[in-house]
Design a protein around this ligand. Structure first.
Ligand SMILES: Cc1cc2nc3c(=O)[nH]c(=O)nc-3n(C[C@H](O)[C@H](O)[C@H](O)COP(=O)(O)OP(=O)(O)OC[C@H]3O[C@@H](n4cnc5c(N)ncnc54)[C@H](O)[C@@H]3O)c2cc1C
Length: 421
C-alpha cells in the first residue's frame, strides 16, 4: 500500500489534521490502534472550548503544591509517588517552566493558538452542520478564594490585550448569568464570565470530521497499530504495522501520549507525559432545567458542563503515569462538586447508573503543543502534546501543521510550538 501522507493517531489532533490535509487536496491515510477513532483521550473530555483557560497548570508555586498533594487523596492536582521514576526529565522541565516569566509567555502563546482554533471550530460546526450539542453561550469560572480570584483577573486582563473578552462578576451577578446557581452551597465570592468560550461533545465532533474526510477520499484504518517508522538515510520511507507495510514519504505523528515512543528511534524525546483526569456523564431524571453554561470551580480544578440533555462532571489532574484506574475518592469529588453547586438537581440523579471515565491528557512540560518537523529527517512531522486544551486547539493546530507541511506562510506564528524547545 502507498499514500502521500500517513497520520498516526485517530484522536482530535490526528482527525483534525486528516480533515485539513484532505480538504487541501492531499491523499491521506490515517492509522488508529483502537477499534474506532476518538476512543482514547478525545472520548469523554470536558467538552469546553476555552481560550480563557490558556494559563498552564505549572503556575508559580506548583512545586510546593505537588509535594503537599502526595498525602492528599482529594488534591485537585496530585502527584503519585509511583509515577516519579519515569518523570525526572519532564518533571524538571515542568518546574523550570513555572517561573513567572515563562508562565506568562506560555499563557499568551496558548491563548493565541486556542483563539485561532476556536474560530475555525465554530466555522466547521456551522459549515458541516455538526450535531455535537454545541453551545456558544460562554463559560464561567467561580471562586471561593480572594487570592485566586484576583490572580485570575490579572491573567484575564493580560489576555484581554490579545482579544479575550471577560467580565468579573460579584455573587449576585454570577447568579444572574447562571440562575441555577441560586441555591449553591459553595461560598462563591465572585466569578469571571467568558462570553466567547463555547462547549460541545468533542467525540461527536471528531467522528463527524472523520466521516467527512472519508467522504472526500481519505482512508482510515482502525485496529491498526504502527509498530515502526522506517527511513532510508535521512528520508522517511514508510511504516510497519503488524500485517502491512505502507509506503509514504510523509508521516504526521499525532499519537498523543505515545508520540515519544514513536519518535525515540529518531533521537527525539518531546517532553510529553500523561496527566490523568476523570469525567462522569449523566442525565437528570424528570424535567428539570439544565444549567445554561459550563461552570468551572477554580478550587477543585473541576467543572460541570451541560452537553445537550446530558451533564458532564469533569476534572482533576494526576501525575500517575499510564495508570487509568478510577479510584472512588476521585469520583466522589466530582459528585461532591455537583451536589454543592446544584443541590436541587442532585436529588434527581441516579448515581448508581453513571459510568465513570478516566483519560490521560498528553501534557508537555510548558503546556504548549509540539507542532512541526523533526530535524534532519525529511518527511517526519509532529502534532501532539496539547494537554488540557486539546479540543480547543485541535483545528488551529491542524491548520498550522498543514501550512508547515505545504511550505506556506503559516497562518499563526509557529515559533512557540516548535518541537525543539
Ligand atoms: C478529563 C479530561 C478533560 C478534558 N477536558 C478538555 C476540555 O474541556 N477542553 C479541551 O480543549 N481539552 C480537554 N481535554 C484535553 C483533550 O481531551 C486532549 O488534549 C485531546 O483529546 C488529545 O487529543 P490527541 O489526539 O492528541 O490524543 P488522543 O485522543 O489520545 O489520540 C491519540 C490516538 O493515537 C492512537 N495511537 C497511539 N499510538 C498509536 C500507534 N502506535 N499506532 C496507531 N495509533 C496509535 C491512540 O489509540 C489514540 O486514539 C481533557 C482531557 C481529559 C483527560
Amino acid at each position: 500500500m502507498k499514500s502521500d501522507y500517513v497520520i498516526i493517531g485517530g484522536g482530535l489532533a490526528g482527525i483534525s489534521t486528516l480533515y485539513e490535509l484532505t480538504i487541501r487536496g492531499h491523499e491521506v491515510v490515517l492509522l488508529e490502534e483502537k477499534d474506532d477513532v476518538a476512543l482514547e483521550t478525545s472520548y469523554a473530555n470536558g467538552g469546553m472550548l476555552t481560550p480563557s483557560m490558556a494559563d498552564p497548570w505549572n503556575s508559580p508555586g506548583i512545586a510546593k503544591h505537588l509535594i503537599k498533594s502526595l498525602n492528599n487523596q482529594h488534591s485537585a492536582m496530585k502527584l503519585h509517588l509511583s509515577a516519579l521514576p519515569g518523570m525526572a526529565f519532564w518533571g524538571l522541565k515542568f518546574l523550570r517552566n513555572s517561573t513567572k516569566k515563562r508562565y506568562y509567555a506560555a499563557t499568551k502563546a496558548s491563548f493565541e493558538l486556542a483563539k485561532f482554533s476556536l474560530n475555525r471550530i465554530n466555522e466547521l460546526i456551522e459549515e458541516l452542520n455538526i450535531q455535537n450539542d454545541h453551545n456558544k453561550k460562554g463559560t464561567m469560572k467561580v471562586f471561593t478564594n480572594n487570592q485566586s480570584f484576583s490572580n485570575q483577573i490579572k491573567i484575564a486582563k493580560m489576555l484581554s490585550e490579545l482579544g479575550l473578552n471577560y467580565s468579573p462578576l460579584n455573587n449576585h451577578e454570577t447568579i444572574k448569568v447562571e440562575p441555577l446557581l441560586s441555591n449553591t452551597k459553595e461560598k462563591i465570592i465572585g466569578s469571571i464570565y467568558y462570553e466567547d468560550d463555547c462547549s460541545g461533545d468533542a467525540r461527536l465532533f471528531t467522528k463527524k470530521l472523520a466521516n467527512e474526510s472519508v467522504k472526500l477520499g481519505a482512508k482510515i484504518f482502525t485496529k491498526t497499530k504502527v509498530e515502526k517508522i522506517t527511513r532510508h538515510k535521512n528520508k522517511i520511507t514508510g511504516l510497519e504495522t503488524a500485517n502491512k507495510f505502507i509506503s509514504t514519504s510523509n508521516i504526521i505523528i499525532a499519537a498523543g501520549n505515545n508520540t515519544p515512543i514513536l519518535t525515540k528511534r529518531f533521537g527525539l524525546n518531546p517532553s510529553i507525559k500523561p496527566v490523568k483526569g476523570y469525567s462522569l456523564t449523566f442525565e437528570l431524571n424528570g424535567k428539570n432545567q439544565l444549567p445554561r453554561i459550563p461552570v468551572i470551580d477554580d478550587s477543585m480544578h473541576a467543572a460541570i458542563v451541560p452537553l445537550g440533555k446530558r451533564l458532564r462532571a469533569v476534572g482533576t489532574a494526576e501525575l500517575a503515569g499510564f495508570d487509568k484506574s478510577i479510584p472512588n475518592e476521585r469520583i466522589d469529588n466530582l459528585k461532591y462538586l455537583f451536589k454543592r453547586l446544584y443541590p436541587d438537581l442532585n436529588e434527581t440523579v441516579n448515581w448508581a447508573n453513571v459510568k465513570p471515565w478516566a483519560g490521560l491528557r498528553p501534557m508537555s512540560a510548558d503546556s504548549l503543543p509540539f507542532i512541526g518537523k523533526v530535524k534532519n529527517i525529511k518527511g517526519l512531522w509532529i502534532n501532539s502534546g496539547h494537554g488540557h486544551l486539546g479540543w480547543t486547539m485541535s483545528s488551529g493546530s491542524a491548520i498550522l501543521i498543514s501550512d508547515l507541511i505545504e511550505g506556506k506562510k503559516p497562518s499563526i506564528d509557529p515559533l512557540p510550538y516548535r518541537i525543539y524547545r
